[in-house]
Write a protein that binds this ligand. Structure first.
Ligand code: SAM
Length: 392
């Protein structure tokens, strides 16, 4: 595995922040007998109150942050999602939107603007985000962008009960903590974290039953025989997370967009070092032990696992497609063509954004959209152009 080299240096206050989180993690490793699982490590690194990457004040999204997401780079992405939301809200005869992990709030703002234009506003636009820091940023974004709609906005601390409407989440699944495993001598080992000579590092031990069972189930399901040393990730917490969401939704649609693959491709022999990726100031690398609390740590999404977890929780899989096809189904072409009111620079920008969102070498195929539904059996236009459920 390569390590991060050539990353921008840290300012003294950043280094101090990182050191505080590292001390917190070292403490937990010591209390855990010298080892913690990678999922626990990821949980602490990203979400430890006041210290984790998402819980503390790092800039995170945007040009001045560490990574850029589709809503940040291309407002037309959110307008297309709004088209899908409008269809669902009309079909349900009303309802709310719940956005999970709303980042800087730009998608919420663009969604609400587009829905207002279509005269199809939700009763409430609710946001649930684990990051207190980002919640403040969302509030500021929305106060500036849609002051006339503030009375429809609501920030939640927990999932609502009896939700009717559409749940949207862009790039949230990839932020759920994952376990990392390695196949060694026919045995499944867990790759966890230890502290040696003042450094956090990988440490391998026999996998606990839940992880070993999950990995064996993937092997059985895919029929793939992995070579010695094959390493990858599995999101053991996904099923419970989705089950809680499924319980919260009484009637409606859950729409997730993220980078990922169907299981057979995710766990292909060629992808022998997994999908773990860290983002620090627009540099990508695979060392989760550097820039602690200052860099994002993510893993790709196994969309077959999302579909299975949804079904186990009583949801139906209503569609799965590439981001490109989903956006085209939601009218991306019409947004690009309908530029009569725009100046030349804005027209060029909309075309450029559409290309970034749809080209296979950009976000078009790496990112996928999946819809899970409960008590909802109408077709979803985002999946009308191309439905790839058979690949899951
Ligand atoms: C990669 S950012 C994506 C932000 C935004 N959706 C976008 O596309 O720009 C991940 C977001 O998910 C939030 N998040 C992570 N885990 C979450 C969870 N379990 N529930 C709700 N939000 C979560 C983070 O705080 C952050 O806002």
């Amino acid at each position: 595995m390569s390590v991060a080299t050539g990353l921008p240096p840290l300012a003294p206050d950043e280094a101090a922040h990182s050191a505080r989180l590292e001390a917190r993690i070292r403490d937990e490793i010591a209390r855990g007998g010298g080892w913690i699982s990678f999922a626990r490590y990821m949980q602490l690194a990203l979400y430890e109150p006041g210290l984790g990457y998402y819980s503390a004040g790092a800039r995170k999204l945007g040009a001045a942050g560490d990574f850029i997401t589709a809503p940040e780079v291309a407002p037309v992405f959110s307008r297309c999602v709004a088209v899908q939301c409008a269809e669902v809200l009309r079909e349900l005869g009303g309802g709310d939107i719940l956005e999970l992990g709303a980042g800087s709030g730009v998608m919420a703002a663009a969604l609400l603007e587009e829905l207002a234009r279509r005269d199809c506003l939700p009763q409430r636009y609710r946001i649930l985000d684990v990051s207190a820091d980002l919640r403040e940023r969302q509030r500021a974004t929305l106060e500036a962008a849609v002051p006339q709609l503030l009375d429809r906005l609501e920030w939640l601390d927990r999932l609502p009960e009896d939700f009717t409407g559409i749940v949207v989440a862009n790039e949230v699944l990839d932020a759920l903590p994952v376990e990392r495993f390695v196949v060694r001598g026919g045995v499944v080992n867990a790759l966890g974290v230890t502290s040696q000579l003042g450094r956090l590092e990988w440490s391998e031990t026999r996998a606990p039953v839940a992880l070993a069972d999950a990995v064996r189930a993937i092997e059985r399901d895919t029929g793939i025989t992995w070579p010695e040393g094959y390493t990858s990730e599995v999101a053991l917490g996904l099923a419970d997370w989705l089950a809680a969401l499924a319980t919260s939704v009484q009637r409606g649609v859950l729409l997730f967009v993220d980078y990922g693959l169907p299981r057979r491709e995710f766990y292909s022999v060629e992808r022998s070092d997994g999908t773990l990726l860290c983002h620090f100031r627009h540099r990508f690398h695979d060392d989760p032990f550097t820039r602690l609390g200052l860099q994002d740590i993510t893993a790709w999404v196994d969309f077959t696992a999302v579909a299975e977890a949804g079904q186990a929780a009583g949801l139906d899989v209503a569609g799965y497609s590439t981001q490109a096809h989903f956006l085209i189904g939601c009218g991306l072409g019409e947004f690009v063509a309908d530029v009569t009111d725009l100046d030349v620079v804005s027209r060029v920008n909309v075309s450029r954004q559409a290309m970034v969102l749809t080209l296979p070498g950009e976000m078009g195929e790496r990112f996928k959209a999946i819809a899970l539904v409960k008590g909802y059996d109408s077709p979803l236009r985002g999946f009308a152009v191309r439905d790839l459920r058979h690949t899951l």
